[in-house]
Ligand binder design. Structure first.
Ligand SMILES: Nc1nc2c(c(=O)[nH]1)N[C@@H](CNc1ccc(C(=O)N[C@@H](CCC(=O)N[C@@H](CCC(=O)N[C@@H](CCC(=O)O)C(=O)O)C(=O)O)C(=O)O)cc1)CN2
Ligand SMILES: [Zn+2]
Length: 764
C-alpha cells in the first residue's frame, strides 16, 4: 500500500486572504486577533483541502516566511530586536519588514527603528526568504510554541499531521555570518535544540517529521557533507521518525551518502531526479521509506498519470508499504485552485492542474497502485486524452515561429559598432550631463491605479476611461520628474500589473489566470503567466504609452521592456521543449518591440533582466550552458538597433563576481544595478574585470522606507568612482519604485538629484 502525503501547501489563500489580512493589520486597520483568526481559518481550510492524504503537512503555514519562522523556533533573533517588549508576532514583523524609528508603535515599546532582515531568493524559485543572521557568538534556544499550537489545532480537526521543519544543515547554509565567522562552527550548538524540538513534537504524539534539506540539490563541499553526517547521526535517537526531504533537482554526488544517512525515510524529487531512481532503490536500506515526488510542484501542467504509473508500478511492487508518493516539492510555488478560474480558455484549462488538482492526481495514482488501475479507469482515460491533445494542439505549435527561430544567426545579436563608437554618437545626441540621473522604471502603484485596473477588468470602467486614467498617472509622473530635475525620464509603468504578466497578456502563446497567485515575499504575490505555445507578438505592446509620455517632455523618455530571460524565469513555462527554445522565441518577440520603439523615435530603451542572475541553475556545472543561451537571447533582443540608440539593462540581484564576463557580453550601453546596501562593494567585480560600458550603481535602497540623505548618496557615488571611471557612472535607485509611496519617493529623489549636482561640481 503506497501512502500519500504533501510537503507543503500554498498559504496565501485562493483569494489572497492572507495578503489582505496582513496589509490591513500593518496599516492598523484590523487587530492582531483578526489576523490570527484569518491564519487559523486558512490553515483549517488547507488541511481540509488535503484531507484525502495519508499525511498532511503542519507548520508549513507562515505569516511571513517559513525560514523566519524557523529562526524564531530556534531562538535565533537578530540582536537588534532581542530587547523588544511587545507581542511576539509584532517582533516577527519587525525582523521581516524593519521599522522606521518614527513609528508610534515603537515609541510605545521604547525601542527605536530596526533594519529589516535581508531577503534573498529561495533556491531557483521566485520566492524570497528572510536570511538567518549568525555571529560566532550565536546561541540557540528552543521556542516550539508555534509548531505545538498548530499541532494542537490540527488534532482538534482530526488532521493526520506530519510537522514540517527546515533541517539544520540547510538552515545554516541559508544564513549569513555577519562577522564572517564559520557558520558550520555553530552546528554543535544547534543540534541539541533540534533534538529538543523533535522531542517536543514526539510529546504531541507525532510519528513522522518531515525535515527539509533542499541544499542537497546543490554541489556540497566536504565540510558541508560532513555536517550532514554529524547532524543526522546526532538526531537518530530522536523519538520520532524523520523523513529527510530533498527537492528542486537531482542529488548527483550527494545521493548515495544522503540516502544512507540514519533517517527512517527519504524524499526524492522524482520529477527532476527521475534518472536517480534506480540508484536510490539500490542504496535504500531494507527498512527505509522512500517518498517519491511524482507530481511536479513547480509547474501547472497536468501530470501524465499513465506515464508515471508505467515506471511507478514496479517500484510500488518492490517497496510495498515503504513507498510514499507526493508532489516533488512544497506546493508553495503554484496557485491554489484551477476551479476558481472563470475566464481561462477551455482548451488550455484542460491541460492544467493547480495545487488542489495536483493532490487529486496524487490520489488517482495511489488508487491505481493500491486498488488497481481498473478502479480509476475513467480518470486515467481522461488524463490520457488531455495529455495527447496538448501534444498535438495547433494552439501550441506555430510553424512560422519555428521558421523564424531556424533563421537566427549570430549577426542578429551583434551591435553595428563597438561600445566606444556608440557611446560617442549617443552622447552627441542625448547631451546628458556627467553623472546623469534616472530611475529604474516604475513609480508607485497607488491604490487608485490598482483600483482603476480592477474596475476595468471587471467591466465597470470602459477602455477609454481606463486609458485616460493611466494617461493621467503617466502625466503626473512626468510632471514630478520635471520638478525633480531628473535627466532621463521613465513613464512610470502605471499601466502594468506586473513587469512579466503585462507582456504575457499581450503575446500569443501565453495564457493568464485571474487568481493564479503565487507568494513572492511576505504579502507580495505574482501571477506568473502561462507560456503554453510558440510565442509571437501580434502587435506593439508598449509603443503608444511611451510615445504619449515622450510627447509630454523634451527630456529623453526611456522605452521600458522586460527581457526574454526574465519573462521566461518568472512565467510558468512549457515542459515539452527546452527552456532555451522558449527563451529564443521570446527574444524574437521582444526584439520586434525594441525595433518598433526605435522607429517611434525612442532614443533610450531599457530591457530589464532582473531574473538573469537569479535564474542561474542550482549546480555550477550547468551555469555555462544557461549563461550562453541567456546572454545570446538578450543580445538578439537588444542589439538590432542603430548605434545612436542607447540600450539600458537593469538587474536587481547584483552579485556578479562569477558571471561578470557574461554581463559584459550582453553589451548593454548602460547597466543599472542594486548596490546601495552593499556599500558599493558589489562594484568590485566591475573594477576587477575592467567592465567597459556605463554603470548606474543603485544609491537608494527601495526596499526600505528610509529616505537616503544627499550626503549618503554622494558618499556612495564617491566610493563608486574609486572603482569605475566617473565619466561612465549614472545615478539611480536600486530598483523600481512601485512598492513605495510618492511621499517617500519625492524626498529621496530630491536628494538624489542634489547629490548628482554636488558630484558634478566635485568630480567632473
Ligand atoms: N513577476 C515578478 N517577480 C518579481 C518581481 C516583480 O516585480 N515581478 N520583483 C522582485 C520582488 N518580488 C515582487 C513581487 C510582487 C510585487 C508586487 O507588488 N505585487 C503586487 C501585485 C502586482 C499585481 O499583479 N497587481 C495587479 C492586481 C492588483 C490587486 O491586487 N488588485 C486588487 C483590487 C484593488 C482595488 O480594486 O482597489 C484585487 O485584485 O483585489 C494590478 O495592478 O492590476 C502585490 O502583491 O500587491 C513586488 C515585488 C522579484 N520577483
Ligand atoms: Zn529591479
Amino acid at each position: 500500500m503506497a501512502r500519500t502525503h504533501n510537503l507543503g501547501f500554498p498559504r496565501i489563500g485562493a483569494k489572497r486572504e492572507l495578503k489582505f489580512a496582513l496589509e490591513s493589520y500593518w496599516k492598523g486597520q484590523s487587530s492582531r486577533d483578526e489576523l490570527k483568526t484569518t491564519g487559523a481559518a486558512l490553515r483549517s481550510r488547507h488541511w481540509q483541502d488535503q484531507a484525502a492524504l495519508d499525511l498532511v503537512p503542519v507548520g508549513d503555514f507562515a505569516f511571513y516566511d517559513q525560514v523566519l519562522d524557523m529562526s524564531f523556533t530556534l531562538g535565533n533573533l537578530p540582536e537588534r530586536v532581542q530587547d523588544f517588549h511587545g507581542d511576539a508576532l509584532d517582533n516577527y514583523f519587525r525582523v521581516a519588514r524593519g521599522r522606521s524609528a518614527q513609528s508610534a508603535e515603537d515609541h510605545a515599546h521604547c525601542c527605536g527603528g530596526v533594519a529589516a532582515g535581508e531577503m534573498t531568493k529561495w533556491f531557483d524559485t521566485n520566492y524570497h526568504y528572510i536570511v538567518p543572521e549568525f555571529t560566532a557568538g550565536t546561541q540557540f534556544k528552543l521556542d516550539a510554541s508555534r509548531l505545538i499550537e498548530q499541532l494542537q489545532e490540527a488534532r482538534t480537526q482530526a488532521v493526520k499531521a506530519k510537522p514540517v521543519i527546515i533541517g539544520p544543515v540547510t538552515y545554516l547554509a541559508l544564513g549569513k555570518a555577519k562577522d564572517e565567522s564559520d557558520r558550520l562552527a555553530l552546528l554543535d550548538r544547534l543540534l541539541p535544540v533540534y533534538s529538543q524540538l523533535l522531542a517536543a513534537l514526539a510529546a504531541e504524539g507525532v510519528e513522522w517529521v518531515q525535515i527539509d534539506e533542499p541544499i542537497l540539490a546543490t554541489e556540497l563541499e566536504a565540510d558541508w557533507r560532513h555536517a550532514f553526517s554529524t547532524a543526522y547521526h546526532a538526531l537518530k535517537t530522536a523519538p520520532v521518525k524523520l523523513l529527510l526531504a530533498s527537492y528542486f533537482g537531482p542529488l548527483r554526488a550527494n545521493l548515495e551518502w544522503a540516502i544512507k544517512l540514519p533517517t527512517a525515510g527519504f524524499h526524492l524529487d522524482a520529477v527532476n531526479a527521475r534518472d536517480e531512481l534506480n540508484s536510490a532503490l539500490n542504496y535504500l536500506a531494507a527498512h527505509k521509506v522512500l517518498s517519491l515526488g511524482v507530481i511536479n510542484g513547480r509547474n501547472i501542467w497536468k501530470t501524465d498519470l499513465n506515464g508515471v504509473l508505467q515506471w511507478l508500478q514496479p517500484v510500488a511492487e518492490r517497496l510495498g508499504e515503504r513507498l510514499w508518493i507526493a508532489p516533488s516539492c512544497s506546493l508553495l510555488h503554484v496557485p491554489v485552485d484551477l476551479d476558481s478560474e472563470e475566464r481561462l480558455d477551455a482548451e488550455v484549462r484542460s491541460w492544467l492542474a493547480f495545487a488542489k488538482q495536483k493532490l487529486v492526481e496524487l490520489n488517482v495514482l495511489a488508487r491505481a497502485l493500491n486498488e488497481g488501475v481498473d478502479t480509476v479507469q475513467a480518470e486515467l482515460a481522461a488524463n490520457r486524452a488531455a495529455i495527447a491533445a496538448r501534444r498535438v494542439s495547433p494552439r501550441v505549435h506555430n510553424p512560422s515561429v519555428k521558421v523564424a527561430l531556424s533563421r537566427i544567426t549570430p549577426e542578429l545579436g551583434q551591435r553595428k559598432s563597438p561600445y566606444a563608437e556608440r557611446a560617442a554618437k549617443q552622447a552627441a545626441l542625448l547631451k546628458l550631463p556627467k553623472f546623469p540621473t534616472t530611475t529604474i522604471g516604475s513609480f508607485p502603484q497607488t491604490a487608485e491605479i490598482r483600483h482603476a485596473r480592477s474596475e476595468y477588468k471587471a467591466g465597470r470602467l470602459d477602455r477609454q476611461g481606463y486609458l485616460a486614467a493611466m494617461r493621467t498617472e503617466i502625466a503626473r509622473s512626468v510632471k514630478e520628474q520635471e520638478a525633480l530635475g531628473l535627466d532621463v525620464f521613465v513613464h512610470g509603468e502605471a499601466e502594468r500589473n506586473d513587469m512579466v504578466e503585462y507582456f504575457g497578456e499581450q503575446l500569443d502563446g501565453y495564457a493568464f489566470s485571474q487568481f493564479g497567485w503565487v507568494q513572492s515575499y511576505g504579502s507580495r504575490c505574482v501571477k506568473p503567466p502561462i507560456l503554453f505555445g510558440d510565442i509571437s507578438r501580434p502587435r506593439a505592446m508598449t509603443v503608444e504609452w511611451i510615445k504619449y509620455a515622450q510627447s509630454l517632455t523634451d527630456k529623453p523618455m526611456k522605452g521600458m521592456l522586460t527581457g526574454p530571460v526574465t519573462i521566461l524565469n518568472w512565467s510558468f513555462v512549457r515542459d515539452d521543449q527546452p527552456r532555451s527554445v522558449s527563451c529564443q522565441q521570446l527574444a524574437l518577440a521582444i526584439r520586434q518591440e525594441v525595433l518598433d520603439l526605435e522607429k517611434a523615435g525612442v532614443r533610450v530603451i531599457q530591457i530589464d533582466e532582473a531574473a538573469l542572475r537569479e535564474g542561474l541553475p542550482l549546480r555550477r556545472a550547468q551555469w555555462q550552458e544557461y549563461l550562453s543561451w541567456a546572454v545570446e537571447s538578450f543580445r538578439i533582443t537588444a542589439n538590432g538597433v542603430a548605434d545612436e540608440t542607447q540600450i539600458h539593462t537593469h538587474m536587481c540581484y547584483s552579485e556578479f563576481n562569477d558571471i561578470i564576463d557574461s554581463i559584459a557580453d550582453m553589451d548593454a550601453d548602460v547597466i543599472t544595478i542594486e548596490t546601495s546596501r552593499s556599500d558599493m562593494e558589489l562594484l568590485d567585480a566591475f573594477e576587477d574585470f575592467q567592465y567597459p560600458n556605463e554603470i548606474g550603481p543603485g544609491v537608494y535602497d527601495i526596499h526600505s522606507p528610509n529616505i537616503p540623505s544627499e550626503e549618503h548618496i554622494v558618499q556612495l557615488m564617491q566610493k563608486a568612482a574609486e572603482r569605475v571611471p566617473a565619466e561612465r557612472l549614472w545615478v539611480n535607485p536600486d530598483c523600481g519604485l512601485k512598492t513605495r509611496q510618492w511621499n517617500e519617493v519625492i524626498p529621496a529623489l530630491t536628494n538624489m538629484v542634489k547629490a548628482a549636482k554636488t558630484l558634478r561640481s566635485q568630480l567632473a
